[in-house]
Design a protein around this ligand. Sequence first.
Ligand SMILES: C[S@@+](CC[C@H](N)C(=O)[O-])C[C@H]1O[C@@H](n2cnc3c(N)ncnc32)[C@H](O)[C@@H]1O
Length: 301
Amino acid sequence: VLPYTKQADRQITIGETVIDCFTAGAHNIDAVTVASFGEEWTKFSHFSDAEISAIGAEYFDIVPPAALNEGSVVLDAGCGTGRWSLYAAKRAKFVEAIDPSQAVLAAAKLTAGAGNIRVTQSAIDTLPFADASFDFVFSLGVLHHIPDTFAALKALVQKVKPGGYFLVYLYYNLDNRGVAYKALFGAVNQLRIAVSKLPGAAKRLVCDALAVALYLPLVSAAWVFKQLTPGSNAYQKIPLAYYVGKSWKVIRNDALDRFGTPLEQRFSRQQVHDMMTRAGLENIVFSEGAPYWHALGRKPL
Ligand SMILES: C[S@@+](CC[C@H](N)C(=O)[O-])C[C@H]1O[C@@H](n2cnc3c(N)ncnc32)[C@H](O)[C@@H]1O
C-alpha cells in the first residue's frame, strides 16, 4: 500500500475491513450522480471471473506489458465495484482503488480475496496520494460523470510517475457514427434525462423495462445479423450491437448505468486526444474497438 498523505475524515468498518474516507472538501463532483452510482453498484455488485476477464480484455486491449506488469503500482480512479481493479491486480504489484460513493462497500467485498488491492473512499480531487506515485493510473467510465472532466483528468495524470501510463475510457460523442444512429441517440438521450430524475426504485424498474423493450430487440437483431453475415463486422452498425454475447446481467446493469445517471458528457476522439495532450501525456494510442473511446498515454520521463 502507498502511504496516505493526510488523515482520513472518517472510517467505515465492515466485518474485518476498515475503509478510510477522504471525500470532505470534494468540489469537482456531482453529488446526485455519485448517490445514483452508490445505488447502482449496490444492486449490481457481483461479477464472475469470466465476465471480468472478457470485458476487461476489451478495455485493456491497448495496454502492453511495459505499461502494466508485476512491478506496477496502480490507481483505479472511480472503481465502482472494483471489477477492473480485480482485472488489473492480476497483472500488477498493487492496486489502490478509489470511489466517492457507497460502491466502496461492494468493492471491498468483491476484491477482498485478491490480497493486492486496497479500497479507499475518495473523490479524484481529494486523493490522499502523493503526486507522481503510480506507474499506471486508469479511470474507466468515470470522468464523463464529473462536472470538469479535463480538471479531473489532469489531476489523475499528476499522480502518474514520469514514464508511467494513463488509461482512460470516456463516452464518445458518436463521432464515428452515421446520421441515423445520431438521431436515434438524440431521442434516447431525452429519455435518459427524464428517467435519471426518478427516485431509486422507480428508476430501476424503468431501466429494467428499457433493457427488455429497447436493448433486447436491438441486441437480438444484431445477433441475427451477425449469424447471417459470417466473417463481417457490418452487424456492429446496429445500435447496442456491443452487447452481442454479453450476459443479461451486464445488459440490465448497463441500461441502469446509461439511463439512470443524471450527469454525462460526451467527447470526440479529437477532444479526448487534446485533453490527454494538454494534461501532459504523449505517445497516445486509441483502441479501434469498443467501448469508444478508450485511449492510453504515457507521461514523459
Ligand atoms: C460508470 S461508474 C464506473 C465504475 C467502474 N470504473 C466500472 O467501470 O465498473 C462511474 C463511477 O465514477 C464514480 N465517480 C463519480 N464522480 C467521481 C469523482 N468526482 N471522483 C471519483 N469517482 C467518481 C462513481 O461513484 C461511479 O462509481
